[in-house]
Design a protein around this ligand. Structure first.
Ligand SMILES: Nc1ncnc2c1ncn2[C@@H]1O[C@H](COP(=O)(O)OP(=O)(O)OP(=O)(O)O)[C@@H](O)[C@H]1O
Length: 411
């Protein structure tokens, strides 16, 4: 049963055959031609949603979207985002499922297409970059994204793997290694003190969020290395809010914790050095201090990076629901507290106005408009540059679809 009149939301000067064209062009790599037809007919007729453009003569047709895109209240200023060749970092974050990955991937595609060699990095343990690009980008290393003419690389960080690597190395060099060494020197008392440091325990059962921090420090390895100098835009697809907030506050916490450990270790080292010099032994073995010092340094860099208004921007992505907007408001408050620069708010999946008599659409849109009103009255969010991105009628997957989304969102 058709509930609504056919959509008038799309205006196209040519015969509109989006379903066939979408399937032909592989705009959606996961749907067949018949599925595309079904999707378009069913959804566009019923809900009046925005559909992706035809792949045949996509822009020559003066394809215009009229009244489907909820009126943009402010531009996101992509020109400003793309200006300059010094490296810039964009972190996209928000509640789970709002479209962080789609927005991050589409921004990365747009940067690459604007001439910026770009890396898109996922710090979310539940990666979806591969799904979003419809390509295998797994493996924890930089993988070239196919389907673009400009360089775009993706990196799905595997925090568990990074954590394990760090733990193993530290334990080998510092944890057990140091304990054994101290024991062999007959420094029983100091061994007990070392035990109290709970170094092994810290690494075995890290505080929540350490995986994220280590993931970021891993990213730093990539971005610090000279061979990656060419990349001028780094886009982070972050984990949902809770994780991200922990990530942002962790550098301080870790800095303090590592500082304490290092201080104690220094005391121990000078004690052992004194004893060793009595026995004529040189200390040559590196211990966990090096690793911890490295981690600490990286934390410091991450902390600076997060707060540098010239190079970094955190973009909040949300959807027009009371719950998502409330969470975005709290997220912004926390980011402000942490001095993380935030300028933009993307409200994704906004239902276009329906010209039909679809009751569901009308009620749903009214509900969304109420949620959108919250933004204007929210002291945390009202001052941000707001961009609304419409809900489209199929999943956004693959480079052409991400390009389309990028052109809608990042103007
Ligand atoms: N504007 C949109 N219109 C239609 N579908 C969308 C839109 N934005 C995102 N989606 C779809 O919503 C789903 C979730 O999007 P995405 O993975 O980008 O969200 P996320 O916030 O990164 O999720 P998670 O928190 O699980 O990582 C995907 O299937 C995506 O294709």
């Amino acid at each position: 049963m058709t509930l609504c009149a056919p959509s008038i939301s799309l205006v196209c000067n040519d015969k509109f055959s989006a379903a066939n064209s979408m399937a032909m062009a592989g705009l959606f790599t996961h749907i067949s031609k018949s599925q595309a037809s079904f999707s378009l007919l069913k959804i566009t007729r019923s809900f009046g949603l925005i559909s992706l453009p035809t792949a045949r003569k996509p822009y020559r047709n003066s394809f215009r979207v009229r009244s489907v895109v909820a009126p943009a209240e402010a531009v996101s200023g992509f020109d400003e985002m793309a200006a300059g060749t010094q490296r810039k970092y964009y972190m996209l974050g928000g509640k789970g499922g709002v479209g962080k990955t789609s927005c991050a991937a589409s921004l990365a595609v747009k940067f690459a297409n604007s001439g910026h060699p770009t890396i898109v990095v996922s710090t979310d343990p539940a990666h979806s970059l591969s799904d979003s690009f419809a390509q295998d980008l797994t493996g924890g290393t930089l993988v070239p994204v196919e389907g673009l003419e400009s360089p775009l690389f993706a990196l799905e960080i595997n925090p568990d793997k990074a954590k394990e690597e760090f733990r193993t190395a530290s334990q080998k060099n510092g944890g057990t290694g140091v304990k054994d060494f101290m024991d062999s020197m007959g420094l029983g008392m100091l061994v007990e003190q070392l035990g109290e440091l709970k170094l092994g325990e810290l690494l075995d059962t890290p505080p929540p969020g350490l995986d994220e921090a280590i993931a970021i420090s891993k990213v730093m390895q990539f971005v610090e290395a000279q061979e990656y100098n060419m990349f001028t835009r780094i886009v982070f697809d972050t984990a949902p809010t809770g994780h991200t907030l922990r990530l942002l506050s962790l550098p301080d916490f870790l800095d303090a914790s590592i500082g304490k450990i290092l201080k104690l270790k220094k005391k121990l080292t000078s004690a052992t050095s004194a004893i060793k010099s009595v026995f004529g032994q040189e200390e040559t073995q590196p211990d966990a201090s090096d690793k911890l010092e490295q981690l600490r340094e990286r934390m410091g860099k991450v902390r600076e990076l997060f707060r540098d208004t010239d190079s970094t921007e955190f973009v909040i992505v949300t959807i027009p629901t009371v719950m998502a907007i409330s969470e975005s408001s709290r997220l912004h408050a926390s980011l402000k507290k942490e001095n993380v620069p935030v300028k933009r708010l993307i409200v994704n999946q906004v239902l276009p106005p329906s010209a039909s008599d679809c009751k569901f659409c009308a009620v749903k849109r009214k509900d969304q408009m109420r949620a959108l009103d919250m933004i204007h009255n929210d002291p945390e969010l009202a001052g941000l540059t707001l961009t609304q991105a419409p809900l489209v009628d199929v999943e956004i997957r693959g480079v052409p679809a991400l390009k389309f989304m990028g052109d809608m969102v990042w103007k």
